[in-house]
Design a protein around this ligand. Structure first.
Ligand code: NAI
Ligand code: 13P
Length: 324
């Protein structure tokens, strides 16, 4: 029995390390032949998680067919590519643990819907929370939400992955876990803008709180449970990514706040800042749900090239209203 990981980026590699620490037999599929070679020969992922020694028990492959006999598959491709990759993978009824954070552009589907479309017989779980890949790979204490409607499967998956420094909290709220992870990336860009534009700590705290109100409005409208949004995969991850330049989304926002264009900032990135892809589709999904998301609208305006000063001015000029 083995745990398979689809995606050899930083997070897929860190999760492979988590599974190997939990004594699982791990096979990781990576898109880049160099990543496959580097993991198999050097026990490192030089491209996406440089400097972290990996367990020699992690094996890598470039052939999705090799994942056929996995006990579970962790899906860690970037959100916009999950559908295409899963369509080529031998999944059948193998449980999928979705770890990407985003909403599919065009279709406006949550990743669980994307996965169910590609693999109709596969049971679905979502793993999400405040988890910088480097810290997890280094074995630093981390806690996550594992959401799955099948309680027995949830327990089995948690047993396979949990460790003292990787605490797994169970939930049945798949939608809530997904929405927290997707929306916080957009809000992290906004907090980075505050940092880059030098607007101060008060502004950042206000943005986290108002951003969380926005996440909650959208989540509740889409059927999420409030306690999931206040948990690790919502508020927990929001606080992490809105506070650190280790976040790719936050650092993208810092660049925008300094007046650099999104095109320039995204051009030479090999790593993914999911919020840049989620922001436009989240704006559409919010309109569908009739939910007001002013911070998301502001992030979209900045990504589309609006001046920081104008966007901030417009946010601050909104009519005064009750806090909830
Ligand atoms: N890095 C982190 O700390 C965490 C990341 N995540 C999520 O995990 C997901 C993957 O992110 P990372 O592992 O950080 O990626 P990364 O930024 O380290 O690497 C980029 C990844 O994108 C893949 N990729 C690029 N173009 C592709 C294509 N056309 N088809 C399939 N794959 C393609 C690359 O192969 C590589 O695996 C994202 O949704 C991210 O939000 C979640 C928690 C923590
Ligand atoms: O999702 C993450 C931490 O939980 C990683 O955040 P970034 O993608 O912004 O780096």
């Amino acid at each position: 029995m083995k745990i398979a990981v689809i995606g050899g980026g930083a997070w897929g590699t860190a999760l492979a390390q988590v599974a190997a620490r939990a004594d699982q037999n791990v096979l990781l599929w990576a898109r880049e032949p160099d990543v496959v070679d580097s993991i198999n020969t050097l026990h490192q992922n030089n491209q996406f998680l440089a400097g972290v020694p990996l367990s020699p028990s992690i094996r890598a492959t470039g052939d999705l067919a090799d994942l056929a006999d996995a006990a579970a598959i962790l899906v860690v491709a970037p959100a916009q590519h999950v559908g295409a990759v899963l369509a080529q993978a031998p999944i059948g009824a193998t449980p999928l643990v979705l770890c990407a954070k985003g909403i599919e552009a065009g279709t406006r589907r949550l990743i669980s819907d994307v996965a169910q479309g590609a693999a109709p017989d596969a049971p679905i779980a979502v793993l999400s929370g405040p988890t910088f890949a480097h810290e997890v790979a280094a074995g630093q204490p981390t806690a996550v939400t594992l959401a799955c409607t099948d309680a027995a499967l949830r327990t089995r998956l948690a047993d396979r992955l949990a460790a003292p420094a990787f605490r797994i909290y169970g939930s049945s709220d798949v939608i809530g876990a997904e929405i927290g992870g997707a929306v916080k990336n957009v809000l992290a860009i906004a907090c980075g803008v505050v940092e880059g534009a030098g607007l101060g700590q008060n502004a950042r705290a206000a943005l986290i709180a108002r951003g969380f109100a926005e996440m909650t409005r959208f989540g509740l409208a889409r059927g999420a449970q409030a306690e999931t949004l206040t948990g690790l995969s919502g508020l927990g991850d929001l606080v992490l990514t809105c506070s650190s330049t280790n976040s790719r989304n936050f650092s993208l926002g810092v660049g925008l706040g300094q007046g650099r264009s999104a095109t320039e900032l995204l051009a030479d990135r090999r790593t993914v800042a999911e919020g840049a892809f989620t922001a436009p589709v989240l704006r559409e999904a919010a309109a569908d749900a009739g939910v007001d998301m002013p911070v998301t609208a502001a992030v979209n305006a900045l990504l589309e090239g609006a001046a920081v000063s104008q966007v901030i001015e417009a946010l601050l000029a909104r009519p005064l209203k009750p806090e909830r």
